[in-house]
Write a protein that binds this ligand. Structure first.
Ligand SMILES: [Zn+2]
Ligand SMILES: [Zn+2]
Length: 413
């Protein structure tokens, strides 16, 4: 993700300042070459520093969210990439968004500060964005028609604390050092009380395999880290590393790129979709339902990487229809692996969107969307091989493709 914000954090090994972006989960020190993983329970919290240090700073939380937004309305699934900030507090003086801030200011991870107060977050990011009013800014067409489902997928969500101070009945933005709100003479100002701490801070651990101690491999924004030594995969869950079940789809082709997807088993309440036969009927696929289809349990698939939302939606649908059932192994050693940067919790949220895209009778299915619940009972990271053909990456077994440019674009979401 490239939001323009730069985060600065000292290397835990040698203390050299390292610059990161907001979504980076790997801290790689250019000085001592040691790599660390950054973990937080839920989301990361940052502070914007005041332009001039003061002893009476009051930090107000904002949500900064960037990701893919999907809207099911009318008989269509619409999508776009969003990048938005919203005030997470209801303090009257605080501007509703972070607006344009000097990009020269460097963010730092939020931590307790005895010279500052932190206002509490009164609203969670998803609640703030996924309500009907806020969504109109995301999808302007939703002003005019009923929206059956709003979903954010693959979003990077961080809390950014912006500094303010109060002087002579006026609230000042301490980044710009400009007044933002004057209190009329006969009124009282908001009471600026908060906590000295913004809540749990980050955990920084060496990028080492918990099983064998070898270097873990991953890109800056990866959510799954690989150990090529003991051939294991790890993801950060609530501040610690947990093993990820994975498989490599076997291929006879050489020189391929292995691209990660989540394969999920799910219990879906509210619509009858258990077997492949159910899917053939649901999506009116041009196939005769054979007896075996009734027994074939349906797997749901989602890219484990960010990509242009139109391609993401197409891949969701293609893979469910294909139901890949390939021989797999777990030999990682010499493979060319593409990074996974979309966690399985996000993949789970894509199941409803996939169904919305596939449903033949959208006018009948969309009103059911809100009442449908999806419980993912099992998930596995499956690497599918792709070869390069001109501007495209082509899947070796099934021949479907994705544009290289859409894939590269996904790294910026
Ligand atoms: Zn260092
Ligand atoms: Zn290992």
């Amino acid at each position: 993700m490239n939001s323009g914000w730069v985060v600065e954090h000292p290397c835990p090994q040698c203390g050299a300042p390292v610059q990161l972006s907001e979504a980076d989960r790997v801290l790689s020190c250019g000085f001592c070459r040691v790599r660390h993983l950054l973990m937080a329970p839920g989301f990361f919290q940052f502070c914007l520093p005041p332009r001039i240090p003061r002893d009476d700073i009051f930090f107000v939380p904002y949500w900064h969210v960037r990701g893919m937004a999907f809207t099911c309305a009318g008989t269509a699934v619409r999508f776009r990439v969003i990048d938005t900030s919203r005030c997470a507090s209801d303090l009257a003086f605080a501007p509703p968004t972070l607006g344009l801030r000097p990009q020269a200011m460097k963010l730092r991870f939020a931590a307790s500060d005895q010279k500052a107060f932190f206002a509490s977050r009164r609203m969670e990011a998803r609640d703030l964005l996924l309500n009907a009013d806020a969504w109109q800014a995301v999808d302007s067409l939703s002003r005019r028609e009923h929206v059956w489902l709003r979903e954010l997928i693959g979003e990077n969500c961080s809390a950014i604390y912006a500094p303010f101070y109060y002087k002579n009945k006026t609230f000042y933005d301490a980044v710009l050092d400009r007044p933002v709100h004057r209190i009329p003479a006969d009124e009282r100002a908001d009471d600026l009380k908060g906590s000295r701490s913004p809540g749990p801070s980050i955990t920084v651990v060496p990028a080492m395999c918990p099983q064998c101690g070898w270097d873990l491999e991953g890109e800056k924004e990866s959510c799954v880290f690989i150990c090529r030594n003991c051939e294991s995969a790890w993801e950060s869950v609530a501040g610690s590393l947990k093993a990820v079940s994975f498989g490599i789809a076997e291929t006879g082709e050489s020189g391929v790129l292995h691209v990660p997807f989540w394969r999920m088993q799910a219990r879906i309440d509210g619509v009858s979709l258990e077997s492949f036969a159910d899917l053939v009927r649901f999506a009116n696929l041009p196939r005769a339902v054979r007896p075996g289809f009734e027994q074939q349990r349906l797997s749901f698939w989602a890219p484990a990487f960010k990509i242009k939302p139109n391609v993401f939606l197409r891949l969701l649908q293609q893979l469910i229809v294909l139901q890949p059932d390939l021989a797999e192994n777990t030999r990682l050693k010499n493979l060319n692996l593409s990074a996974a940067n979309l966690p399985k919790s996000e993949a789970a949220e894509s199941i409803k969107i996939a169904l919305a895209g596939l449903a033949t009778r959208k006018n009948e299915f969309f009103p059911l969307l809100e009442g449908i619940t999806v419980n993912v009972t099992d998930s596995r990271l499956v690497y599918l091989p792709f070869s390069t053909s001109g501007q495209d990456l082509v899947q070796s077994h099934f021949g479907f493709s994705m544009e290289r440019s859409a894939f590269d674009f996904g790294r910026k979401i």
